[in-house]
Structures are given as C-alpha cells and as structure tokens.
Design a protein. Sequence first.
Length: 155
Amino acid sequence: MALDADAVVAELAARGLRLTRQRRAVVDAVAASRSCLSPLDVFQQARASCPDLGLTTVYRTLELLDEIGALRRIHGPSGCERLVPASAEHGHSVVCSACGRVTEFTDCDMAVVLAAASRETGYRITGHFLQLSGLCAECGAAPDRGRPARRRAKA
C-alpha cells in the first residue's frame, strides 16, 4: 500500500484547504512509509523536513487524511492505534501478528452480519470496521513462527 501524495494534495485543494509546509511534511512522511505508523512516528519522520512542526498539527493532519479516506486505522495487540495508507475507498486490513505487516482487502460481504447485529441490537447500522489478524506468508513459512509461543515452566 502506498499513499499517492499528489492525489492527497489535489483532494485537499478541492476541499479548499491550504497545503502548508507542515501538512506537506506529514503527507510526505506517510507516503514514504512502507509500514504502519503511529502519530509519533509520523511526527518524528516529518520533522526531518519541517523542524518547526508541532505534534498537534500532526494529529490534525492525520485526522484530515482519515476524513478524506487516505488513511486506514489499525489496532494492534496492545490496543495502540496505527495508521496505514488506504488504497481503496472501502477496505479493511489483515495484520500479521508476528511481524506487523499490514495488507488491505476490499471484498467484505458483511450483509448477513450487519443484518443480524441490527436485529439483535435494534441499531440502524451505518458503517463497520473490520480487521483480521494472522500470519503473513513469510512469517507462516518461517520455523516456529506458526506455532504458539511456549509458556515458561514455573520454578
């Protein structure tokens, strides 16, 4: 997954938003990444090209990128939020539980699940977030990666 920085810049302009040096540094940092990033990761990478960048600006810009569909939120085992570029308007993620690699997928026929959730809860379902975890092909093929970790014996 790669973020098309020029497409993001065009979308921001179409919405009448200014492309400040700080916003551009954040967009470029996300676009240059090949893995999931925390807001602090983005902040540290973007400061290399824009030393006066503030963390608040990073959070605001990431929120804006999420609003326009340029990012997808990922949740790891520790519950910490990470962000990855989104290549499709509607997509979901599979996260490797060994190496953290994230792959996007777009086919998610959730109609039966959404209807059941609506019936059971009485909610009118308006959206969903789907994230799967497992082992990527590389980690699944590696010795000992596919087996659960052994517990230490108590002394």
